[in-house]
Design a protein around this ligand. Structure first.
Ligand SMILES: [Zn+2]
Length: 295
């Protein structure tokens, strides 16, 4: 379990041991915090037939099936866009049939806020009258988008956020390298997102961006030169610019930062046009950025 979620996990496992876990949990926290992994481990614990010290044993039939991602009593619903009513109906049908392994049954609904209104309504009855030993784990980073009727029938569990040191220490173990503290600040409550970012974007890191900016602000490089060097990572430049602006805002919110953000949004749209002159739009963006430091 992730170090920042270990305590929450222990509290739930104590309640499972005491048979006092609510049948429906709404697990909340920002994306990149570890909600999916947390829910899956919780499901595996619920399904384990020989729990040991608050953890799944790893050896019983349930645990072996889970290790093979093939447990017949663990059901999951997720969708890139919207969770449709058919997905929910299918899942409920599986859930109400008797357990294959005569233990618990678990349904995880990832990003539950993407359920349509009909999906949510289809789920209501199951939430109100769950079959015995059945658990529903809903995860979300946007709880306010979930229908009140669903929310009110779940126990809400807001997962704790890691502090900066915890994030940096953990990310370091994942990427085997030190993490830039400013970058970590931007992602502080989302360590998994930070790791994904670092792994995905090694060719154009925040360091590269930040070093280039120093050169620009000190007059060693022109905005056009940087824009030419960076045009292949144009989307990333915009993203880092927005992050950089957010970092500056921690100290001082100025009109020029505000304008920089507007320009960044505009450039994001311009870059969607395949015929766009990337060097030109990046130059304009970098000029705006340089202005924030000049004032
Ligand atoms: Zn087990």
């Amino acid at each position: 379990m992730f170090p920042w979620l270990a305590r929450s996990f222990k509290q739930l496992s104590d309640r499972i041991a005491a048979n006092k876990l609510h049948h429906a949990l709404l697990i909340q926290g920002p994306s990149g915090l570890g909600k999916a992994s947390f829910s899956l481990q919780l499901a595996q614990l619920l399904l384990c037939s020989a729990r040991q010290d608050g953890n799944a044993c790893g050896r019983c039939q349930s645990c072996l099936l889970n290790a093979a991602s093939n447990h017949p009593d663990l059901h999951m619903v997720e969708s890139d866009k919207q969770i449709g009513v058919d997905q929910i109906r299918d899942a409920i049908k599986k859930l109400v049939s008797s357990a294959h392994l005569s233990g618990a049954k678990v349904l995880i609904i990832y990003s539950a806020h993407t359920m349509t209104e009909s999906s949510a309504n289809a789920l209501l009855k199951t939430l109100e009258e769950p079959t015995a030993n059945t658990f529903l784990l809903l995860t979300t980073d946007k709880p306010e988008r979930i229908l009140p009727t669903i929310r009110s029938r779940c126990e809400k569990l807001a997962l704790p956020l890691p502090d900066l040191n915890t994030t940096m220490a953990w990310v370091k173990t994942q990427i085997n390298a030190d993490v830039d503290i400013n970058l970590a600040k931007l992602f502080s409550a989302r360590p998994l997102a930070l790791v994904a970012e670092l792994q995905e974007e090694q060719h154009f890191s925040y360091d590269t961006f930040s070093n280039g900016l120093d050169a620009l602000l000190q007059g060693r490089l022109s905005s056009t030169q940087l824009a030419m060097d960076w045009q292949d990572s144009a989307d990333k430049v915009v993203k880092w610019t927005q992050y950089w602006a957010r970092l500056q805002c921690a100290e001082l919110v100025s009109e020029s930062i505000w304008e920089l953000n507007i320009q960044a949004t505009k450039v994001t749209q311009q870059l969607r046009n395949p015929g766009v002159n990337k060097t030109l739009v990046l130059t304009q963006l970098l000029d705006k950025l340089a202005l924030t430091k000049a004032t």
